[in-house]
Write a protein that binds this ligand. Structure first.
Ligand SMILES: Nc1ncnc2c1ncn2[C@@H]1O[C@H](COP(=O)(O)OP(=O)(O)OP(=O)(O)O)[C@@H](O)[C@H]1O
Length: 260
């Protein structure tokens, strides 16, 4: 089995950050795995996903994504960018554009630079975008403007855009945080099912251990920038997840414990 992500002794502090955001993180994820990151607020989940997406610099350690080493001082080469798709917690959609246009934006990295600049997709790009819309159950919304959609519909658009990119690795930062439990299950089923159908690897963060259990084959627990457990889902003990959240640090100045 090939390796999608390999991390050895990764350490990172955000500029101006008072504590390390990632400390001595090591892990290997095989191609085709669906893996969930669990952990309380501030555990380092977003930081890890952003780093794997090539958006952070100045870290220490060794990281390779889809067989290519990441450089802590340089963004990844443009040619490799489309292979990694990212689903942002806040969707990052173009609000005044149509759903189809937003999903076609996922194709930009696969187009010749001039075509991408002109925003003129090939029929092939349109086919792929429409397939992604259908797979996400929103083909009927293609011509709607994003700013007229509900949160759940936007979430699906964000996933369709990611799928249209035809990524080999899908990174998703709390992709269902804005959804009710039923919709959240549907959307995670969609994300992990689409990844599996395409032979892609999926790594997503979540605050919902029950959903992580249902849709990930493996669960990584993080706390204070460190991995505290990394187990196949079938071996995850309730006590391990409870401890992950129970021991959350008090929120500074609030007198309250952070809850997720
Ligand atoms: N831009 C930033 N500048 C300084 N520190 C940051 C920045 N972003 C995150 N941090 C710090 O890095 C640590 C990890 O934060 P991160 O956002 O990765 O956690 P998280 O597990 O994704 O939390 P959440 O579940 O709330 O999204 C925290 O201590 C946080 O305060």
């Amino acid at each position: 089995m090939t390796t999608a992500i390999r991390i050895d002794d990764l350490n990172f502090a955000h500029p101006g950050g008072s504590v390390p955001a990632l400390e001595r993180v090591s892990l290997t994820i095989s191609t085709g795995e669906s893996v969930a990151l669990l952990g309380p607020s501030g555990a380092g989940k977003t930081t890890l996903l952003a780093l794997l997406d090539g958006r952070l610099h100045g870290w220490r350690g060794r990281v390779s994504v889809l067989g290519a080493p990441l450089d802590p001082d340089q963004p990844p080469p443009r040619a490799s960018r489309p292979d990694t798709g990212f689903v942002f917690q806040e969707f990052a959609l173009v609000e005044r554009s149509t759903v189809l246009r937003n999903v076609l934006n996922g194709r930009l990295g696969r187009m010749a630079p001039l075509r991408a600049l002109l925003g003129s997709p090939r029929p092939h790009d349109l086919d792929i975008a429409r397939t992604a819309l259908t797979d996400c159950g929103i083909a009927d919304l293609a011509e709607r403007r994003v700013d007229s959609l509900s949160g759940g519909q936007r979430q699906r658009v964000a996933i369709a855009r990611c799928l249209a990119q035809e990524p080999r690795l899908i990174l998703a930062d709390e992709p269902v945080s804005n959804l009710d439990p039923t919709r959240a299950g549907e959307v995670l089923a969609l994300l992990t099912g689409a990844a599996q159908a395409r032979g892609a690897t999926a790594l997503f963060s979540s605050h919902q251990p029950d959903l992580a259990r249902r849709f990930a084959q493996r669960i990584i627990g993080m706390r204070n920038g460190r991995i505290v457990f990394d187990v196949p889902t079938s071996e995850l003990q309730d006590e391990a997840t409870a401890a992950l959240y129970r021991e959350a640090e008090p929120m500074p100045g609030s007198g309250l414990r952070a809850v997720s």
